[in-house]
Design a binder for this molecule. Structure first.
Ligand SMILES: [Zn+2]
Length: 468
């Protein structure tokens, strides 16, 4: 019995009886959970969930999860592309420290992943991924006994790049049905909201023509090689929303299975995204890799701990680096405080806790051509946001008053801004200083990188160590 139980029980016979009825005073909020399910839905903007304010409410399943769990209103990614952002989720480190600086980089084995921690703790570990970007070549497979990427085999080239969420969920549910009697740690990765925006027909917008939404076509809009009108912009956005609806359906299948198998009460669920998506708000740009605006930085984060009363909303700014410590903490494991992330367990439980930090940091992938302004990064503090570029002036936004980031407030003679910029530079220099070039690895230019290029990802030809 814990100390709190004895203090509460002293001199109170009915309470003692009640505590023994719970199993010798065991705190029901601290009982062990046998299953942990981490869901990342690639390229899912926070504001496309009904629970985050989308007026059409395209995500009833995820909204129900939020209603039964803890929803983090201000969760931000650490990088605008898939590989580095997932590496932050799994290591609890910002990109300069985990040193996976782009999709063509490999996570170094020096960094222990949360999957390895669960593996060592005796959980059966399995991942079900939907894109070549997070194939085992990325190193994100470390710690997973099962790494399901069957779609990469023996199908046509185009279809080797990704698979529909339905097929990924099929594979995951079959595995879970076999392993329900064990403790499990499962990562489910869905790729559907990622371009091309190609939802099943019943989720098409009610229009005759669907614009092309493959990466090359979307890129052409940005580069002004073709002009599109407002109707086309809307059609593209509606197709994206269709993919979000489809992903939500797939999550619904997972929840239905957990319910019918009686696993729901023993499953900790964390649902998030690796990054959001630009939908034409800045320079007619779609997708995510070039942008550090809030459409890309802000992701959903929903934690459903069945031991905790749901319906909680947390305002504190949190980041993907906080997920690994939170998973470990909520399952009673040691939390390494040397990582950048902090446990959100108290915030999940509604206990008093300070926010994990008073700033947020995110960066572009390592590619000097992004925005033609060199490597860029974002620093947020309070309601202010700084975008720093390798070349050219920084931009400053008040994201509380101007969430669409339409008004650059940068002024060289503003003392408060000067302090903000100095903080941003200091943090960046600290993080880069923590980086060790020995742990940076580009993936050789082989079939994997060719697949990435076909997906629309820029893969630098030079095989060299770059700067974060
Ligand atoms: Zn992604």
């Amino acid at each position: 019995m814990g100390a709190r139980g004895w203090r509460g029980a002293r001199g109170s016979a009915p309470l003692i009886v009640a505590l023994f009825a719970l199993g010798c005073g065991a705190d029901p909020t601290r009982r062990d959970l046998d299953h942990v399910l981490l869901i990342t839905i690639d390229s899912l903007r926070a504001d496309h969930l009904g629970s985050y304010g989308h007026p059409a409410k395209p995500t009833p399943v995820m909204d129900a999860l939020a209603a039964g769990g803890t929803r983090f209103e201000h969760a931000l990614t650490t990088c605008s592309v898939t590989g580095p952002a997932h590496a932050s989720i799994f290591t609890g480190l910002y990109p300069p420290r985990h040193a996976m600086l782009g999709n063509a980089w490999r996570l170094d084995s020096a960094h222990r992943t949360v999957a390895e921690r669960f593996d060592h703790a005796g959980y059966e570990t399995a991942a079900f991924v939907s894109s070549a970007v997070v194939s085992s070549v990325s190193g994100l497979d470390r710690g997973f006994t099962t790494y399901d990427q069957a779609f990469l085999k023996d199908v046509t080239f185009e279809r080797t790049l990704q698979r529909r969420g339905g097929a990924t969920v099929d594979a995951m549910l079959a595995w879970l049905a076999e392993h329900a009697g064990s403790k499990t740690f499962v990562w489910l990765h869905l790729f559907d909201p990622h371009a091309p925006y190609d939802p099943p027909k019943d989720l098409w917008p009610k229009r005759r023509r669907r614009p092309a939404t493959d990466s090359a076509s979307l890129e052409a809009i940005y580069l002004k090689r073709r002009s599109v009108n407002a109707k086309t912009h809307k059609a593209i956005r509606d197709l994206y929303t269709g993919e979000v609806r489809f992903a939500d359906r797939q999550i619904g299948r997972v929840i239905d299975f957990l319910e019918s198998a009686g696993l729901r009460k023993d499953t900790l669920i964390v649902l998030t995204s690796d990054h959001g998506e630009e939908l034409g708000e800045h320079w007619d740009f779609y997708e995510h890799n070039r942008s550090l605006f809030q459409g890309v930085l802000r992701v959903p984060l929903i934690v459903v701990d069945p031991r905790v009363e749901g319906g909680r909303r947390v305002e504190a700014t949190v980041q993907l680096v906080d997920i690994a410590p939170t998973l470990l903490d909520l399952t009673g494991q040691f939390v390494d405080e040397q990582v950048d992330g902090r446990s959100l367990a108290k915030l999940v439980r509604g206990e008093p806790a300070p926010p994990p930090r008073d700033f947020a940091y995110a960066q572009s992938p390592d590619n000097p051509d992004y925005f033609h302004r060199g490597n860029s990064y974002a620093y947020l503090r309070g309601g202010s946001k700084v975008l720093m570029y390798g070349r050219g002036d920084p931009e400053v936004f008040d994201v509380s008053e101007d969430p669409g980031e339409q008004h650059n407030l940068h002024r060289v003679d503003d003392v408060e801004q000067a302090e903000l910029l100095a903080r941003a530079v200091t943090l960046r220099e600290y993080l880069v200083g923590q980086s060790d070039g020995a742990h940076r690895h580009r993936v050789p230019l082989d079939g994997q990188r060719q697949r990435l290029q076909a997906l629309g990802y820029a893969v630098p030809a030079a095989v060299e160590n770059g700067t974060p």
